[in-house]
Write a protein of this length. Structure first.
Length: 368
């Protein structure tokens, strides 16, 4: 991919578009014509699926041209004005040319005559009306590889952009508010008060890794699916993410756990440092850092791999075997609700470090 291409993001007069404006431009490296790729859509929201599509299309081309359907062409699928939708596309670094489409898509394709027209993977195997126009001049229709788990239309229809539309996926947890005697008025105050708290989280740390894959088909040797990994992402999990969230809310947070002496060790320490968590990690070379790997394709988990086995020492055994001592000195022994009357505790870590903090106790642990 070229990094120094000049990006032209002006509006284009569709009536003056033709293949000479795009395909006949000479490449600076040689005398060959530039490869032009065309993508069209409504682009109400530039979500990760769109970004992956545009990045894939740019990887095929010297010049990426994107057409945004006008309000008239998109009809009820246009949830933002055409100007705003075009502006969003123009801001993308992979897009060289962008314009409004206000006539049949086949007409535009015959005018531009791009080498490739790229569409999302979800269109493969279905009727694509523009394919005859693409074939008429020797172009090719290509479907973007990669996971396509949602679209902007889906998000909109689910009510995520309409606060007046109720949706079970984002209902306010009123039962949680009632259990802990919280109100909407004092919720902000509770959140602000996190900056005054000292929090210590003690527990198992887990690293969650998601491997996004492209399914290639069934294996001829074994009854299994063949996939090609495309993207890997790691996240702090288990008690580690609890500590990270507490720190993100402003609390001075300490975290005590056990990890292995493997390469994930560095990732864990780096992530906890990024979240400004003061960590006290016991390294145990007899076990790996707990890792869960999820191999996913098209929004579904195909395989879950865990590297921690039942034969490994439990957290409690490792924790107390490393000379940790906890001494409780409770000021309030019967707090009525979460975040209201914290108990003060102090404990020492080994012989060199000591912490004094607020211990938040709920009378109903199973309801947290």
């Amino acid at each position: 991919m070229k990094n120094n291409l000049k990006i032209n993001t002006d509006f284009f007069d569709v009536n003056n578009l033709d293949s000479a404006n795009f395909a006949n431009t000479k490449s600076r490296k040689d005398d060959k014509k530039e490869i032009v790729v065309f993508v069209a859509g409504n682009f109400n929201i530039l979500h990760p699926g769109h970004l992956r599509l545009l990045k894939y299309a740019k990887g095929l081309s010297d010049k990426l041209v994107v057409g945004v359907f006008s309000d008239n062409m998109a009809g009820s699928d246009a949830h933002l004005s055409e100007d705003l939708r075009l502006e969003g596309i123009k801001c993308n670094i992979w897009v060289d040319n962008a314009f409004i489409i206000d006539e049949p898509l086949n007409n535009i394709i015959r005018k531009i005559q791009p080498n490739y027209v790229v569409k999302g993977k979800e269109h493969e195997g279905h009727l694509n009306p523009e394919e005859p126009s693409i074939n008429s001049y020797g172009g090719k229709l290509v479907f973007c590889s990669g996971e396509s788990s949602f679209s902007s239309s889906y998000l909109i229809h689910q009510g995520l952009l309409n606060p007046l539309k109720k949706n079970k996926n984002h209902l306010i947890p009123n039962d949680y508010f009632q259990r802990h005697k919280l109100t909407y008025n004092n919720l902000n105050e509770y959140i602000k008060n996190f900056s005054k708290l000292k929090v210590c989280v003690i527990g198992d740390l887990i690293v969650d890794e998601y491997i996004d894959c492209q399914p290639l088909g069934m294996s001829q040797e074994d009854p299994t699916i063949v996939v090609s990994p495309e993207q890997k992402r790691k996240f702090i999990g288990g008690a580690g993410i609890v500590a990270a969230h507490a720190s993100s809310l402003g609390a001075k947070t300490s975290f005590i756990s056990v990890i292995g002496t493997d390469e994930i060790n560095n990732f864990v320490r780096s992530e906890l440092k990024k979240f400004r968590v003061d960590s006290f990690l016991v390294e145990d070379d007899s076990r790996p850092t707990s890792l869960k790997q999820r191999f996913r394709a098209e929004g579904k988990t195909l395989l879950l791999v865990c590297n921690n086995t039942p034969s490994e020492p439990s957290f409690k055994k490792i924790f107390f075997a490393n000379d940790f001592s906890i001494n409780f000195s409770a000021r309030t022994t019967n707090p009525s609700s979460l975040l209201c009357k914290p108990t003060r505790i102090s404990f020492s870590v080994g012989v060199s470090k000591s912490i004094s903090l607020n211990l938040v106790i709920s009378p109903n642990w199973d309801e947290l």
